[in-house]
Design a protein around this ligand. Structure first.
Ligand code: NAD
Length: 512
């Protein structure tokens, strides 16, 4: 136990055998099987967790509905005070939780810490927001009338999260939803469920210390079948789902079929345009972190580089040289740059993608492959690779959740933007240039079609202050900062008549 994981688990309240269904501090035994959570770091079994079943789900819904009645009546700034305390509780466990995330998901310890920092940041943001849930006032067309709008809590919010940000995505949703007056039911990824158990312990304690009901924070665990209980349930007015496009298409339809609201945060296929006017030091560093950071398992990972032909060879050589210096290994060891993929199924998809793109005519510039031998026993460590490809290749059009970078050449900026936008997804994008005209063209209405567009910054690594999300098959949802909170509330328009008459709108006459 070189990295002290056993003690970390103990401090976070994660045991070898865990219940997976919880409403606040109350953990419910079910008839469900147990999921085993293995670390991709060293293939060790971290712990087991019991899957939720229908009857435990019903208990959770009932507790959530009861809690909502109390929570929605609490003034928003007081709800913000609870979230402030959660932020402090997260500060206290930052190292432990960061380590668990790193060990269960396989990202570097630095990124694990970064993920918890992001949770703390969103708490701070939500605290401020709790005094800023502003509605507009408007001038009524009728004399003696006042008109305004207000935002009310929407109710039960179902949060479905992906494995790659096992805790931060939940916090983006739940902290905002809580200050908005909603209660949350979280179904974490079945590939990283123990990190969720740790989070539930942390927040449930804070709610309890403040004498608040159990059902404000709820956890259910399992695969898509458990997720489906929520997506098909009209008692859950908002489903916020993060994951693959495949999942989003199913969830979006299920929620739409009952005319519920969904907030979808799906896959990306993020590109960087590197023009002849780029600062190549920044371009190469930005592309490198974007492509190999988190072993290419971020929704914002850089998957495509679209490079102007005059700097193409230089960029290619500099990247290849940087790749040759990458150290792959245990992500908890800070000297390593690249950790493992989440599981062997992900390794298989990575290998298949390389074979497919080669068959389509792709030329390998930096070789991929699976690592074996001491330190790589989990079979999940792969080499980041670079492949020269063409935009229309089937594999280039798809998101492979692994460190495969496709590089492509262009002549004119118009051509580059067309290639850039010529994929089904629309999450994050970037241009590397010191030329103002190029940068502004990329940010204009005729430029990038993504939810995030950066200049001289790579595609990955967003701050919580902005609205996060993407267009097209990425699903259109926005989370986190700016006015994303509006998705978690229902808007109500109010008109008050303080006159002695009853004029109708549009001057309509209706006298008897
Ligand atoms: P996934 O789609 O396999 O699973 C995500 C979650 O959805 C899991 O909790 C899973 O159990 C659940 N799920 C799957 N099918 C479901 C269904 N039919 N009904 C209800 N729930 C269902 O994704 P993953 O492998 O965990 O994560 C990787 C993917 O997530 C990538 O495509 C990545 O780009 C995407 N992602 C997007 C964002 C974003 O903000 N846009 C952030 C992180 C990850």
């Amino acid at each position: 136990d070189t990295f002290g994981i056993e003690r970390v688990l103990e401090r976070l309240g994660v045991s070898k055998k865990n219940l997976g269904t919880s409403t606040g501090n109350q953990w419910i035994e079910t008839k469900g099987d147990f999921i085993s959570s293995f670390s991709p770091v060293d293939a060790a079994l971290i712990g087991e967790i019991q899957i939720s079943d229908r009857s435990s789900y019903e208990v959770v819904i009932q507790k959530a509905e009861e809690a909502f009645k109390i929570w929605r009546a609490k003034p928003a700034p007081q709800r913000g005070e609870i979230v402030r305390q959660i932020g402090n509780a997260l500060r206290d466990v930052k190292e432990d939780l960061g380590k668990l995330v790193s060990y269960e998901m396989g990202k570097s310890y630095q990124e694990g810490l970064g993920e918890v920092q992001e949770m703390i940041d969103i708490c701070d943001f939500a605290v401020g927001l709790s005094r800023q849930l502003y509605g507009l006032t408007m001038h009524s067309e009728r004399p003696g009338h006042r008109m305004y709008e207000q935002w009310h809590p929407i109710g039960l919010v179902g949060i479905i999260s992906a494995f790659n940000f096992p805790v931060a995505v939940w916090s983006w949703n739940s902290m905002i939803a809580w200050v908005c007056g909603d209660v949350c039911i979280w179904k974490p990824s079945e590939k990283a469920p123990l990190s969720a158990v740790a989070c539930q312990h942390i927040v449930a304690r804070v709610f309890k210390e403040n004498g608040l009901p159990e059902g404000i924070s709820n956890l259910i665990v399992g695969d898509y079948k458990v997720g489906e209980m929520m997506t098909k349930d009209k008692r859950v007015p908002l489903i916020s789902a993060t994951g693959s496009v495949r999942m989003g298409k199913i969830v979006g339809q299920e929620v739409a079929a009952r005319l519920g609201r969904s907030l979808l945060e799906l896959g990306g296929n993020n590109g960087i345009i590197i023009t002849e006017n780029a600062d190549l030091d920044i371009a190469v560093r930005g592309a490198l972190f974007g492509a190999v950071g988190t072993a290419g398992q971020r929704c914002t990972s850089t998957r495509r580089l679209i490079i102007q032909e005059s700097v193409y060879e230089t960029v290619k050589e500099r990247l290849a040289s940087a790749y040759s210096k990458l150290v792959i290994g245990n992500p908890l060891d800070e000297k390593n740059h690249v950790g493992p993929l989440i599981d062997k199924a992900a390794v298989e998809l990575y290998l298949q993608a390389i074979e497919k793109v080669k068959a389509e005519g792709g030329k390998v510039i930096v070789n991929g492959g699976v690592l074996d031998g001491p330190g790589f026993e989990s079979g999940c460590y792969v080499k980041p690779c670079i492949i020269e490809a063409e935009s229309h290749f089937e594999m280039v059009q798809e998101e492979t959740f692994a460190p495969i970078l496709y590089i492509m050449k262009y002549k004119t900026l118009d051509e580059a933007i067309a290639m850039h936008n010529g994929v089904p997804q629309g999450l994050s994008s970037a241009i590397m240039t010191l030329n103002m005209r190029e940068a502004e063209a990329f940010l204009s209405a005729s430029g990038s079609d993504c939810g995030i567009a950066n200049v001289n910054i790579g595609t990955s690594g967003a701050e919580i202050g902005g609205a996060f999300g993407g267009e097209k098959e990425t699903g259109g949802g926005r989370e986190s900062g700016s006015d994303s909170w509006k998705a978690y509330m229902r808007r109500q328009t109010n008109t008050i008549n303080y006159s002695k008459a009853l004029p109708l709108a549009q001057g309509i006459k209706f006298d008897i």
